[in-house]
Design a protein around this ligand. Sequence first.
Ligand code: GUN
Length: 295
Amino acid sequence: MSAQIIDGQAIADEIRTNIAAEVARFQAQFGYPPGLGVVLVGDNPASAQYVRMKRRACESAGMKSVGHILPASATQAEVEAAVKALNDDPTIHGILVQLPLPPHIDEPTILSMVSLEKDVDGFHPINIGRLAMKGREPLFTPATPTGCMVLLERMGAQLEGANAVVIGRSNIVGMPVALMLMKANATVTVCHSRTRDLPEIVRRADVVIAAIGRPNYVKGNWLKPGAIVIDVGTNQIDDPTAPRGYRYVGDVEVATAQEVAGAITKVPGGVGPMTITLLMQNTLKSAWRSVGATT
Ligand code: GUN
């Protein structure tokens, strides 16, 4: 069997075209665009690159983007002041605090400070708490897990009653995507670095979400034939034949996995572009909500 390869970039581009049209409609109606505020602390190159890409994507869709770029030496009070300024700015509809924050910054306090109505990253404890509870709806769900769910929908995954295995339990991906799969009535198993017999567990999965951050970790012979595989990993590996001396691979060994899976996402060009797209969609949703509309 040769798996269908899912092009997340193409799906993201299609959704972004719709977002740009909606942004234009918002701008025409209210005379100002939806606005995203970003807080970046420190000089982690990957975080800086993500933030640049998020801001550029918003601006190319016609949204406003405001950045509070603080040095690694920023104090707790300075980071709190940046969040407060964005909370108080009526032209900002979504706030993103790029994670991880430097170790001396109290992350739970910062994430709790983000105005619930502007929490487009969905990391405010009330939004995450609502995601975890039956019968409650968060105002926003985190971008990467939501991107995974949109890809699953596009891949035709039947989640009701399906066995879904999530590999990784991070606050940013593994934990929230497990909660979202549960809300979609899948039977969810969350695996992590201390899980025993991981290949045996993965073999039972109709849907696999790999978000463990280890290059080529999940092998094709771990998969159930026909499984739908979402590869969230973006791991930099050395490659002397690549123009920059390195390239990115996912958490799944694609060469062996595509012989067994029914469908699998690309890396790069799979989940990554979807993350940015869902952040834009949440910001647009927040802007419409701020004027009392739901679309
Ligand atoms: N760091 C890595 N991914 C993310 C994300 O989706 N949101 C935030 N805020 N930080 C991240």
